[in-house]
Structure formats: C-alpha cells, structure tokens
Design a protein around this ligand. Sequence first.
Ligand SMILES: [Cu+2]
Length: 166
Amino acid sequence: MKKIITLIAAVTLAACSAEMPHGEGGHTHAGHQMDKGIVVSSARVLPPFPGRDTAAGYMSITNHSKSDDKLVSVTSPISGAVEIHNHIEEDGVMKMRQVEGISLKAGETVELKPGSFHLMMFKAKLPEDQKDVSLTLNYQNAPSVTMIVPVEGRGEESYGSSHEGH
Ligand SMILES: [Cu+2]
C-alpha cells in the first residue's frame, strides 16, 4: 500500500512539473486541480430486494486528468457502510470481493456495473418514496465529490434482477 502511494505521488509530481512552463496566471493550485478532472456519469442506485437491506451502486467514472487517481471510498447518508466490490473469476466461479479502491488511470473510463466493480450499501435506509440518494466519492488525489444519484426503478423502468446473486 505504501509503495502504491509513493508511486502515485511521483506521477503527480511529474505532471505538475510538466505544466510549469505554461506559467499561466493564477497558477496557485497543484497541477492536478487544473485538469478537467474526474467525471462520473450514468450513476444509479439499485434499491434492496424485498426483505433485504443491501443496495447497490453503479456508475461510469472517467479520469480526464493527466495523472492517475483512485477511488478510495464512498459514503452515503443512507448507509453506514458503503463498500467497493469487484467480481473476480476463480476456478470458473464468479466471486464477489471487497477491494481497497478502484484505480482510475489517466484518460481511461471504469464502469461500475453488474458482474464487475460495484458499490454495496449495507443496512441501507431507503424508504419506498425516496427517489434519489446522495453519494460522496473520495479520491486519492482529486477533491471529494458529492452527487445526487437516482434510485433505479423509481420513476423509470427497473432493470429488475440485474444485481441477482447477492
Ligand atoms: Cu457486491
């Protein structure tokens, strides 16, 4: 873990140095804050199945910045424990695993979707009439972002059993 942090720090430093020659006015922020940053799209929350209390979260994350970053944690007022998971194939069987975070390589898009990376929101408090959920995404380098995400199936057609198998 320490090794990874050092490596990313080195990459960020290199990106900052590369931007120095521009010498734009008001260049008081760190280099990575001057980029377009990280853009999240198609974010949605799948409510728990009847009798369950675990909600799932899906989205598409694009890192438009020049340096690699990482989604390290997610928080939400509806759940005291939001975990980042991945599905990994082991001996031909798909297994779900909690992961430390999701690497967001510069210029690349990562999809959180069924059968791949996803968010698990345990003990979710999501009343029937609640149509959206606040999610805060915490990155290793970029500033944290809080966004309002629609609850799937509430106000539009549901994908139904897309998170089956949990
Ligand atoms: Cu999961």
